[in-house]
Design a binder for this molecule. Structure first.
Ligand code: ADP
Length: 383
């Protein structure tokens, strides 16, 4: 791949976090002619393999971040120590997105307050954990991911057991939304304020972990426009530079509510690598390097992305299953090179492109069953 000219002269981008999201920045980094310097705690983390240099340190180790020695630092993981990073910003280290843009997004309660204060629809919420009506949702305010830290509670017994288990962690309680579907959208903003919004997609979670994404979501134009305008208004009000992943609920009566915002690339945007003109990873790098953004549109009428989750506790590399999946027509298998499989661990994903939009949802769901049968493990609970 021939590197593109890089007119702003950013040559080294620091990335806090070295999981699959950082690993998937590699192709874009090569294309744009930038080196990635990765801060991550374990030498076996996926992005160590693609880094020009790695600083082995905890995500919230700001003293380590100070040694990344890059023109700009961005994030693939938001479990940072913001106060400590502010000290670095005051010394002139450049973070994109800015720490001010991250501030309202690191804690699920702060996010909900941010949405409410800006009239962005979001579930009702409270930090007063008193006599709820069931079902109700209990969340840890920080450090939740892939449903770790999210509990859908249906009985008093479950409520009490969960509170006991969580001990004195800071919690958020919110209304359970009996959604019809979950939606997501990726959107990016450049240093000049230029915005691009990717297609709105449908996601499905199982046990609170993303299982599959169908792109685009089959939606009335008005819903699509509403989601896109929420994305724009969030990027603008945060003065955000970089890429944002937004997860939403669509209720049976067509109401859209924002569930969560991730200030980085997101699992719901993995389909963009194979199905869009510009991947979410390239868009992130373009934004944080001060380059103009590039087109977000799809190169095909539809796509399905399915996460490949571990189901064995072993060193299994699932090679046979991967080969069979890669042989499916128009399929692209991405394997993150993690050294150990654990049940539920995200080990890779597959994206399949469709050459027609007819019955996309139905055909994607049928194909997901085929993929699940090849992949093995526990059959999907959802059908
Ligand atoms: P995480 O940060 O771990 O991804 P989320 O807050 O996004 O956690 O929740 C994970 C999943 O749990 C959601 O995608 C959704 O399926 C379910 N969920 C979360 N909050 C609610 C809610 N208020 N009502 C109904 N389901 C919810």
């Amino acid at each position: 791949m021939k590197p593109e000219a890089n007119p702003v002269g950013v040559h080294r981008v620091g990335v806090i976090g070295g999981g699959q999201l950082a690993w998937m920045m590699a192709d874009a980094a090569k294309k744009l002619g930038v080196e990635l310097v990765i801060q991550t705690p374990e030498a076996t983390d996926p992005a160590v393999a693609i880094a020009a240099h790695t600083v082995l340190a905890a995500i919230d180790d700001a003293a380590a971040t100070a040694t990344l020695n890059c023109e700009v630092i961005t994030f693939e993981n938001e479990f940072v120590d913001l106060e400590a990073l502010y000290q670095l910003a005051h010394r002139g280290i450049c973070f994109r997105p800015s720490l001010d843009a991250l501030q309202p997004l690191l804690d699920k309660y702060d996010q909900r307050c941010y949405f409410r204060d800006r009239h962005i629809p979001t579930p009702k919420f409270s930090t007063h954990l008193l006599s709820p009506e069931f079902p109700v949702v209990l969340k840890t305010r920080r450090h939740g991911y892939d449903g770790q830290g999210t509990f859908i509670i249906k009985t008093v017994d479950q409520w009490e057991a969960t509170l006991q288990k969580l001990g004195n962690r800071s919690l958020l309680m919110e209304e359970f939304i009996p959604f019809d579907r979950e939606l997501a959208v990726m959107a990016a903003r450049s240093i000049t304020g230029e915005i691009v919004v990717y297609p709105v997609v449908e996601t499905e979670q199982e046990n609170q972990v993303c299982r599959r994404v169908i792109a685009p979501a089959d939606l009335p134009a008005s819903t699509r426009v509403e989601v896109q305008s929420i994305a724009r208004s969030l990027l603008e009000s945060l003065n955000f530079v970089g890429i944002l992943g937004i997860e939403l609920f669509l209720t049976p009566n067509g109401t859209v509510l924002v569930n969560e915002v991730a200030p980085r690339t997101h699992n719901s945007g993995h389909y963009t690598i194979d199905a869009c003109t510009t991947s979410q990873f390239e868009q992130q790098l373009r934004a944080v390097c001060g380059l103009p953004l590039s087109h977000p549109q799809m190169i095909c009428p539809g796509a399905l992305m399915v996460n490949l989750l571990g189901y064995e506790t072993s060193q299994s590399d699932y090679l046979e299953q991967r080969q069979q999946l890669a042989a499916l027509p128009n399929a692209f298998v991405h394997w993150y090179g993690k050294t150990a499989s654990r049940p539920g661990r995200k080990l890779g994903h597959i994206t399949v492109l469709f050459d027609s939009a007819a019955d996309l949802r139905q055909r994607a769901i049928a194909l997901e069953s085929t993929i699940a049968a090849i992949w093995g493990g526990k059959p999907s609970l959802s059908r």
